[in-house]
Design a protein around this ligand. Structure first.
Ligand SMILES: Nc1ncnc2c1ncn2[C@@H]1O[C@H](COP(=O)(O)OP(=O)(O)OP(=O)(O)O)[C@@H](O)[C@H]1O
Length: 215
């Protein structure tokens, strides 16, 4: 079954100088187990698209189906996990507690510690597990946010610029996690400007003039 299917998505933002038509009919299918990258110039609408795909925002027209059903108001994190550009870590929780959160909120409580350790280790931040987000660098927070998104083995993972603040080795570690999650059956969609990310994709797409086209 297609994990995520978008059809004819449009989104217009009202600005003081007139309406801005950001998405003009986006069609997109994501299959389980694949890593798909989306490129596009800054301001082309990648984040706006991701917000529609995970239910943070509503399209002006068009549909999104998650796991064969209309996207619910608030999709369960284990169905659709998001790594937003702004990360969205809880600052009153340590990195390990942030990564454990979606597991504790779902029915996957059994192996919380193991899964958290495994992801933090793979991403090179296990030594920082007990620190709070305000006590680590932005790139380290970004890796924690990736670990949190991947933790519950979601059916769909939407990662908006997950490597923007990482050095070469950390990008490689983040990509290894994304590939491994896809190997577990997750459909992974990544917005990125990094060639290093595009190279590991099964399919490369671009958002151009409000539409998705092959890159
Ligand atoms: N909530 C909003 N209200 C009004 N305008 C918005 C809103 N969100 C995005 N925009 C505008 O829509 C356009 C697309 O923004 P978006 O953040 O989706 O681009 P992007 O491709 O993700 O860019 P970047 O690569 O820089 O992150 C921009 O011109 C932005 O100013």
């Amino acid at each position: 079954m297609t994990a995520l299917a978008a059809r004819g998505l449009t989104r217009v933002f009202d600005h003081a100088d007139g309406p801005l038509e950001v998405l003009r009919g986006v069609d997109l299918d994501l299959e389980p187990g694949e890593v798909v990258t989306v490129s596009g110039r800054s301001g082309s609408g990648k984040s706006a698209l991701f917000a529609l795909l995970c239910g943070f925002d509503k399209p002006d027209s068009g549909t999104v189906e998650l796991l064969g059903r209309p996207l619910p108001e608030t999709p369960a994190w284990q169905d659709c996990a998001v790594l937003p550009q702004a990360l969205g870590l809880a600052h009153e929780l340590t990195l390990a507690e942030n990564v454990a959160l979606p597991l504790r909120l779902s029915d996957r409580r059994a192996a919380v510690a193991d899964r958290v350790d495994e992801l933090l280790t793979e991403l090179g931040i296990a030594a920082l597990a007990d620190r709070y987000p305000g006590e680590v660098s932005y790139g380290q927070q970004q890796r924690a946010a990736l670990a949190r998104a991947a933790a519950p083995r979601p059916r769909v993972l939407l990662a908006d610029e997950p490597t923007a603040h990482l050095d070469h080795d950390s990008v490689a570690a983040a990509l290894a996690v994304l590939r491994r999650v896809a190997g577990e059956g997750t459909a992974v969609l990544v917005a990125t400007h990094h060639d290093q990310v595009h190279r590991v994709a099964d399919r490369r797409l671009a958002l151009t003039d409000g539409r998705i086209v092959p890159a």
